[in-house]
Design a protein around this ligand. Structure first.
Ligand code: NAI
Length: 259
């Protein structure tokens, strides 16, 4: 049986993944603001450092995989926090875990992206470059200039584009892929979790409700966890830097002509 780190393990899809791993007999080190093995605030540099120290203390130099599900949805006025959690909460934790993942044969990493990466218009490439350079001040200022209505969705989509691009980069790099680590991204569409509930009840509700989903239903945490379990299994030995979109058909509807 293996040992896995799961961030965002207290709710929604992270919780469903942690439950499924434990059901299979694996050891899970859950990381969340409350209710995980490691209690941490991934929205600050000091919170991420403390989380990493605690995680490393619980491990004995190796780990079989990691699932990075902690995340925040679009919210006006929280642009910087969204980026800190959705991007740095993934990159910094994974960079600290890299040697321990490399110590395992074919370790698996699954990062939670989003289909908002392809469904959100007007995210400038320059913004993504700034995020990937770690220039969060300039990136946040750029996002806020888009005005109060758009800044939340753009902060969210840009954080997910940046974390997806980073994952695809390391998933094909010598240091990660070359060291035997598989890094892949799951890109869900709307999945009925507390995060989506907040969006449906919030100020931007009309836009969220009008999001086109060809199959006309929301996903469940358990459905997404099943895909993640597959991506943690030997079925993913031949997969790295890949984005698996599970979204009820939205991406195909909006981008079908691209392929
Ligand atoms: P959720 O809100 O049910 O769970 C997210 C978890 O992340 C929570 O337990 C929360 O406490 C934790 N978290 C948030 N901020 C944190 C912080 N500063 N420090 C530590 N932990 C923190 O959300 P859900 O829906 O399960 O989301 C999981 C991932 O999937 C997220 O990355 C989200 O962006 C992504 N996603 C969700 C979609 C949806 O429709 N639910 C669609 C596409 C992507």
């Amino acid at each position: 049986m293996g040992t896995y780190v799961v961030t965002g393990s207290a709710s929604g899809m992270g919780k469903s993944v942690a439950d499924a791993l434990r059901e299979q007999g694996h050891t899970v080190i859950g990381v969340d603001r409350d209710g995980g093995e490691v209690t941490a605030d991934l929205s600050t540099a000091s919170g991420r450092r403390a989380a990493i120290t605690e995680i490393l203390d619980l491990l004995d130099g190796r780990i079989d995989g990691a699932v990075l599900a902690a995340g925040l949805g679009p919210a006006r006025g929280r642009e910087r926090t969204i980026i800190e959690v959705n991007l740095l909460g993934v990159v910094e934790v994974l960079e600290a875990l890299r040697p321990l993942l490399a110590a395992t044969d074919k370790a698996k990493v699954v990062v939670f992206g989003s289909n908002s990466t392809t469904a959100t218009p007007f995210v400038p490439p320059r913004l993504i470059r700034r995020l990937l350079r770690g220039d969060l001040d300039a990136a946040t200022a750029m996002i806020r200039r888009r005005g109060p209505r758009l800044s939340g969705p753009i902060a969210y989509a840009s954080s997910k584009i940046a974390v997806t691009r980073w994952s695809r980069m390391v998933g094909t790099s010598a240091d990660w892929a070359g060291a035997g680590i598989r890094v892949n991204v799951i890109a869900p569409g709307p999945v009925m979790t507390p995060l989506l509930r907040t969006q449906l009840d919030g100020a931007n509700s009309a836009n969220v409700r009008s999001f086109p989903i060809p199959i006309r239903e929301y996903g469940t945490s358990e459905q997404l966890a099943s895909w993640v379990m597959q991506m943690l299994s030997p079925a993913a030995d031949f997969m790295s830097g890949t984005v698996i979109t599970v979204d009820g058909g939205t991406e195909a509807l909006l981008r079908g002509a691209d392929w």
